[in-house]
Design a protein around this ligand. Structure first.
Ligand SMILES: CC(C)(COP(=O)(O)OP(=O)(O)OC[C@H]1O[C@@H](n2cnc3c(N)ncnc32)[C@H](O)[C@@H]1OP(=O)(O)O)[C@@H](O)C(=O)NCCC(=O)NCCS
Length: 175
């Protein structure tokens, strides 16, 4: 169990965080999936999800489908971002969690995950879902270590028929 930093805080993002969120999510996405996914798919996804204008539009909550971006900050620097919302009355989804490489392995990803799980629980969720690319062993290991179990496979969002990019749907039941 990594020891969470005592100086890191997770908070609701504001408009002032847009550029940092877009930068972190784009950089980490490209680095994480370089070996796993076709370059065209990576760039399509980065533009679709983590372009500054898109992040700016989604910075605020749109209850209950989207709780707004969450960020983890330490010594005044944003180090990572996460976000999620409800997909039905009783189920929530963690849509993303990305942390700068230098900040990993000391509990900050778990702080972000816990924040979104708490939001889902408070919105009435009894289960949390997440999509991970099939073959993303570190990602799958992280979610397994946090109580998620694989349930099914689906075509990844933005995947075209000839990409054959598959996501693993994982679920954690809340007590
Ligand atoms: C996934 C990510 C958010 C985890 O954040 P983190 O701060 O490094 O993780 P934490 O320190 O909070 O917790 C790590 C836990 O997961 C486990 N784990 C297993 N494989 C891991 C891996 N490759 N990377 C990180 N944690 C891993 C650790 O053992 C630990 O569990 P434990 O405390 O029970 O030992 C971060 O590594 C990241 O941004 N990765 C790149 C992007 C990504 O893969 N996002 C998620 C997939 S959609």
């Amino acid at each position: 169990m990594p020891r969470p930093s005592l100086t890191a805080v997770v908070r609701q993002a504001t408009d002032a965080d847009v550029a940092e969120i877009a930068r972190i999510c784009s950089t980490v996405y490209r680095d994480t999936y370089r070996e796993l996914l076709p370059e065209g798919y990576i760039e399509r996804s980065v533009v679709a999800f983590y372009d500054e204008r898109r992040v700016a539009r989604e910075i605020a909550p749109a209850p209950s489908q989207w709780f707004g971006y969450q960020v983890v900050e330490e010594h005044g620097r944003v180090l990572g971002a996460a976000g999620g919302g409800m997909i039905s009355a009783r189920a929530g989804e963690l849509s993303l969690v990305y942390l700068e490489a230098a900040a990993r392995g000391r509990g900050l990803g778990t702080l972000l995950l816990d924040r979104v799980v708490t939001q889902i629980r408070e919105a009435g969720g009894r289960e949390v879902w997440v999509s991970v690319f099939l073959g993303d062993s570190p990602g799958i290991a992280f979610y397994r270590a946090r109580g998620f179990q694989p349930v099914s496979t689906v075509q990844a969002s933005l995947s075209r028929v000839d990409d054959h990019i598959v996501s693993l749907r994982m679920r954690r039941m809340l007590d």
